[in-house]
Design a binder for this molecule. Structure first.
Ligand code: PHE
Length: 329
């Protein structure tokens, strides 16, 4: 039996040396020391031997097992190193940085506007992009036959029985004013950034999908002076303190009086946003008494402002999804 054990060790030694990969090495180990191996069989049967033999054979068999495991361990390390080398991997090389995206300049400017107005106490209110005709037009004092509707032609999504059921892609963020005033009592101070849509022939300065940020403040004793102060302050904060801002009389059905805000830029007045004092009719439409409260509202076109700020020449660049565009900002 002793000779047999020695012979087993010798032949396993050879098999281990010959193993070409980790799988064949495992196979050798299992075959030589596993449950069904001759070595295990010998170890199990030593109880049948006389005490002297038992000690001797038990010792040798255990020693054989330890020896086989040691050799197998050495071989395993050798094979693993070989495998790592064959993959030609230099683990000391610096890693490859995965490409990450970049904020759209629209988002960057939007966040800047939000930050400035949040400092002035304005909170964000949001509304749906698919809006009811009632909120986008009627309650903003733009009834079905009003000529202002031609200016804001849009994409109709659902034809219902009346303006409470007709659904369209909102043409401006002003319907959020209506939604908020229907649900909240003054004092109100909100901004509403978001996507807006118009049925538009696209060119370098017109896009059918664009972004606006609405502002609305309703309280007692608000006047045009407050409107001018807030708008002038935030335009200067965003575009630079040296910028000259002009308020030019204009018309919107939902504000009275109404203005366009222009900024002096490269020798020209550039139109930035519409604004005005919230029309008493709009306040009545949402259940706010215009004898007690007044308010002002503004709507900034974000693309226009961003193009100004970063000197971008074509509005269509914002939507083309090319990272080479966004990565510049
Ligand atoms: N909603 C108007 C537009 O899209 C802008 C505006 C907002 C004007 C609020 C006055 C007050 O052109």
């Amino acid at each position: 039996m002793e000779a047999e054990i020695k012979q087993i060790v010798e032949s396993v030694k050879l098999s281990i040396a010959k193993a070409k990969d980790l799988a064949s090495l495992t196979e050798v180990v299992v075959k030589s020391t596993g449950r069904k191996s001759r070595l295990t069989e010998i170890l199990r049967s030593i109880s049948e031997l006389n005490p002297d033999e038992r000690r001797q054979v038990g010792f040798l068999a255990n020693e054989a097992k330890v020896e086989i495991e040691r050799l197998a361990g050495e071989k395993q390390t050798e094979l693993e190193i070989k495998r790592a080398e064959s993959m030609h991997r230099d683990v000391t090389l610096p890693g490859i940085k995965p490409a990450v995206g970049h904020l759209s300049p629209i988002t960057i400017v939007m966040r800047e506007l939000i930050k400035v107005l949040a400092e002035l106490g304005f909170e964000i209110a949001e509304g749906p992009e698919a809006e009811l005709e009632l909120y986008n037009f009627d309650l903003l004092n733009i009834p079905a036959e009003h000529p202002a509707r031609d200016e804001w032609d849009t994409f109709w999504l659902k034809q219902g029985s009346d303006s409470r059921h007709n659904v369209l892609l909102r043409t401006h963020t002003s319907p959020v004013q209506i939604r908020y005033m229907l649900d909240n009592k003054p004092p109100i101070r909100i901004i509403s950034p978001g996507r807006t849509f118009r049925y538009e022939a696209e060119d370098a300065t017109h896009a059918a999908v664009f972004s606006q940020m609405e502002g609305l403040m309703v309280d007692k004793n608000l006047s045009v002076a407050n409107l001018k102060a807030v708008i002038t302050y935030f335009v200067k904060r965003v575009l630079g303190d040296e910028k000259i801002v002009r308020f030019r009389p204009s018309f919107f059905p939902f504000t009275e009086p109404s203005f366009e805000v222009d900024v002096w830029f490269n020798g020209k007045w550039l139109e930035l946003m519409g604004c005005g004092m919230v029309s008493p009719q709009v306040l009545r439409n949402v259940g706010i008494d215009p004898k007690i409260y007044s308010g002002f509202a503004f709507g900034v076109g974000i693309e226009r402002l961003t193009m100004l700020k970063y000197n971008i020449s074509d509005i269509r660049l914002f939507l083309n999804g090319d990272p080479r565009f966004a990565n510049q900002f």
